[in-house]
Write a protein that binds this ligand. Structure first.
Ligand code: FES
Length: 180
């Protein structure tokens, strides 16, 4: 049961609302207002979070809090949904986004070993960004290029038949691009 008080009963609701609107921007606020006209506004939470991520690239704590306030659902619910689904990013993405395909065709050709090598070289797990902000690493399902397995993309550039041995030089190439 939700034991949180209605946010609109807060003494400082006008300031809270104004801040939340400023954080999310007019376009997202309009989506939230439309959802609030409907029967179960909270059932639109995932769609709203997708829009926030599309707009800002990731979901910062301030975004989650603002969505909770304006949609009038507990912050814990919004944070729980955002952290449950792997497609929501809770940190800013790096300069280069690496997507390693972990679909069946790539997996049987060693994508798991390539993914492990990427994680070892970068010092991060899937879904994370390196401390220097250069690389983000995501795992994904079939990229539709199974004949080139194992496949990964770096900012949309397709890299085919990647082996663990090629990972270090591939990363080095983007490190150089990042410095250029
Ligand atoms: S399974 Fe990797 S591209 Fe299809």
């Amino acid at each position: 049961m939700n034991t949180e008080p209605s946010v609109q009963s807060m003494d400082n609701w006008p300031e809270v609302e104004a801040t939340a609107r400023q954080v999310l921007g007019q376009k997202i606020c309009q989506h939230i207002e439309q959802a609030r006209q409907l029967k179960r506004p909270e059932s639109h939470l995932i769609a709203i979070l997708h829009k926030v991520q599309a707009e800002f690239g990731y979901l910062a704590p301030a975004h989650l809090d603002a969505v909770a306030q304006l949609l009038q659902v507990p912050v814990a619910t919004v944070s729980g949904v955002a952290s449950f689904y792997h497609y929501f990013r809770l940190h800013p993405r790096g300069k280069f986004m690496i997507n390693i395909c972990l679909g069946t065709a790539c997996y049987v050709k060693g994508a798991d070993r390539v993914a492990q090598k990427l994680m070892d070289e970068l010092g991060i797990q899937l879904g994370e960004t390196t401390k220097d902000g250069l690389f983000s690493l995501e795992g994904c399902r079939c990229l539709g290029m199974c004949g080139l397995a194992p496949v990964l993309t770096v900012d949309g550039d397709v890299r085919a038949e990647v082996t663990p041995d090629r990972v270090a030089s591939l990363l080095e190439e983007y490190v150089r691009k990042g410095k250029a």
